[in-house]
Write a protein that binds this ligand. Structure first.
Ligand code: AMP
Length: 315
């Protein structure tokens, strides 16, 4: 059940209607590993930072279950920096700055102790680098999940398609699914994207939940998980990565990749993402209790519980 995670470990500067942050710890792999650590430990991290990245933040990752043997620290270089600003309703976000810095020529090194990888999470990163990680693992993992974003569709489409071809599950948001497929209908988009390689596709719809698609021969299976209506949403940054970390963490912990178990993993990932947005950055993910995670999963179940129409009694 060994889980390897690759992705950005970064400095983020965030602006939401509720406030602004200076540079704080962020990055796709950060959110993924924090979230997955509530299901499996260790989370074997493959990433790169510059020597400006605080030792305290590396320690924080370690204290939360990350194995950092695969985390490179580049002397004299700067860490990846991303800055984003959210609209008033938090539904859209503008990227203000993307400074690749150390990510520009990231050459991922897979420690020998990571070669037992059974579950591989390719977090947001240059698709050519994501592919290198697959190629550098001696045995193909049992399950490869990939997350990506429109940035890579704009600047590295060929690489992106070549990497998508190699994975089992692709996780993207609705806008990205439309951009990648050229289809407006998400069902048509899902069919086209699964023809590119992945047997499963997750389309994230922000505050409207997530869809899980799976195509077996001519049959298309679809599962829908809502997002929990929350009283307080402060900062959606990292929600997608937290979802992905929860999803793959759950699958790795249960070691079951059936469609039915993936449905449970989607609910678990959605529960983890619902915590993430309640505070700025990674803050809410640092001290969760198993009981509150379970209580939130139960809230998800209650949210969509229906009495089958056949047993409803007319008044
Ligand atoms: P999410 O809100 O789930 O889309 O993820 C936000 C995180 O993605 C932030 O912490 C950023 O550091 C990271 N991020 C943003 N753009 C990129 C990029 N082009 N490559 C890798 N990571 C990125």
């Amino acid at each position: 059940m060994s889980l390897v995670v690759i992705g950005s470990v970064a400095f983020d500067a965030l602006e939401t209607p509720f406030g602004k942050t200076d540079k704080i710890i962020g990055g796709a792999a950060t959110y993924i590993s924090l979230s997955a650590s509530y299901s499996v430990k260790p989370v074997k991290l493959v990433a790169v930072v510059g020597d400006d990245f605080p030792q305290a933040d590396i320690l924080l990752l370690q204290e939360h279950g990350a194995d950092t043997e695969g985390l490179q620290i580049k002397e004299g270089e700067k860490s990846f920096f991303w800055s984003g600003k959210y609209s008033n309703d938090l539904n859209s976000r503008e990227t203000l700055v993307t400074e690749l810095n150390v990510l520009a020529d990231f050459d991922p090194v897979i420690p020998d102790s990571y070669q037992d990888c059974k579950y591989l999470m390719l977090g947001n990163l240059a698709p050519a680098v994501q592919r290198l990680v697959i190629q550098r693992l001696i045995n193909r993992p049992r399950l490869i999940v990939m997350d990506t974003m429109n940035f890579w569709m704009d600047v590295a489409l060929e690489d992106l398609i070549a990497t998508i071809e190699m994975v089992d599950v692709l996780s993207i948001n609705d806008e990205e699914a439309r951009q990648l497929s050229g289809e407006h209908s998400l069902v048509k988009a899902a069919k086209k994207i699964m023809e590119m390689g992945p047997k499963f596709l997750i389309i994230k719809k922000g505050e409207h939940g997530a869809l899980l698609f799976h195509k077996v021969k001519e049959t298309l299976k679809i599962f829908y998980a809502p997002a929990l209506p929350l009283e307080e949403v402060f900062d959606p940054t990292g929600a997608g990565d937290t979802f992905a970390g929860g999803f793959i963490g759950y699958l790795a912990a249960t070691d079951d990749i059936s469609f039915d178990n993936m449905k449970r993993a989607v609910i678990h990932g959605s529960a983890m993402a619902s915590f993430c947005v309640e505070k700025f950055g990674t803050e809410r993910l640092l001290n969760l209790q198993q009981e509150e995670i379970e209580a939130r999963e139960k809230q998800f179940a209650d949210l969509v519980e229906v009495i089958p129409a056949t047993s409803a009694q007319p008044a």
